[in-house]
Write a protein that binds this ligand. Structure first.
Ligand code: CP
Length: 310
């Protein structure tokens, strides 16, 4: 793998995460610069996306880079049978960095092994979503003033949810207590629970999602039940609306509680929550722009972006 790729959140040490949070804070104040002038950023999205692709592309544009890529693989030669390896090698002839989302777990790792161009994993199947994790960490830090010793409740699809898998791994440095709230069919996979035990991360599992369960939450991280990950659609129908956060459930929650969601939401957060000051998911998505500006600069080895501010 080329060294600068961001394939998994485990590519970042604790110090690196804190440095990237600081950089995201810088870009929130100074979003526009010429730091990436002359660079070409390729965004290859083999799966649908709104936030990740558009915020990476906005980040590239705000930093003076140019963007090539696709949002619909059906319009590319992969629909004629071109392999991922050949696609990556081709795009490597054109771009300085490749941001890629793919439906296969491990696709980003594989891509990083067949090219010298840095790869940023924008989500690979149910595996990892490290740039989402960086914006999640930035959002948690901004709203809580710390990443340390927080009660973090992960709710919904913990089986296929790559955002919760990445977040759990990132938080190993910060002494969290996790609460996993999921129906039996969507429980946190055993491999991540083993990981928690190995890393001394406390976790408690629940199937109930009630006002009482979430009373001492600092972060309530809601997730969508992802229809596209189910092979059995009957199973999806059974679990799709199992947990719905409603405004009245927040009445006795902690004042510092913030509700996060990687988005898109379907039914899992009722619209009456949106106006609650504890709802933070739209600001969280905005933070994605700043976190991704920091990632693009870092991956491309731009150390001092402030020299290029405009
Ligand atoms: N959070 C996230 O990955 O959103 P998109 O699927 O819209 O990119």
């Amino acid at each position: 793998m080329n060294n600068r790729s961001l394939v998994t959140i485990e590519d970042y040490s604790k110090e690196k995460m804190l440095e990237m949070i600081e950089k995201a804070g810088h870009f929130e104040v100074h979003p526009n610069s010429r730091a990436l002038e002359g660079k070409i950023v390729a965004t290859l999205f083999f799966e649908p996306s709104t936030r990740t692709r558009l915020s990476f592309e906005t980040a590239a544009n705000r930093l003076g880079a140019r963007v090539i890529g696709f949002a619909d693989p059906k319009a590319t030669s992969s629909s004629k049978g071109e392999t991922l390896k050949d696609t990556i090698k081709m795009v490597s002839n054109y771009a300085d960095i490749i941001v890629m989302r793919h439906y296969l777990e491990g696709a980003a790792r594989y891509a990083s092994e067949v090219t010298h161009v840095p790869i940023v994993n924008a989500g690979d199947g149910a595996n990892q979503h490290p740039s989402q994790t960086m914006l999640d960490l930035y959002s948690i830090y901004k709203t809580q003033g710390t990443l340390e010793n927080l009660n973090i409740f992960l709710v919904g699809d913990l089986k296929y949810g790559r955002t919760v898998h990445s977040l759990l791994m990132a938080m190993r440095h910060f002494h969290p207590t996790f609460h996993f709230i999921a129906p039996e069919e969507l429980k946190m996979p055993e491999e991540y629970k083993v990981y928690c035990r190995q890393q001394n991360i406390r976790y408690i599992e629940h199937t109930d999602f009630t006002e009482e369960t979430i009373a001492d939450a600092d972060i309530l991280y809601m997730t969508r039940v992802q229809r596209e990950r189910f092979t059995d659609l009957m199973e999806y129908e059974r679990v799709k609306n199992v947990y719905i956060l409603r405004n009245r459930m927040l009445e006795h929650t902690r004042p510092n509680l913030r509700i996060l969601h990687p988005l898109p939401r379907v039914n899992e957060i009722a619209y009456d929550v949106d106006d609650n000051p504890k709802a933070y998911y739209f600001q969280q998505a905005q933070n994605g722009l700043y976190a991704r500006e920091a990632i693009l600069c870092d991956v491309l080895g731009i150390l001092n972006s402030s020299e290029h501010e405009r």
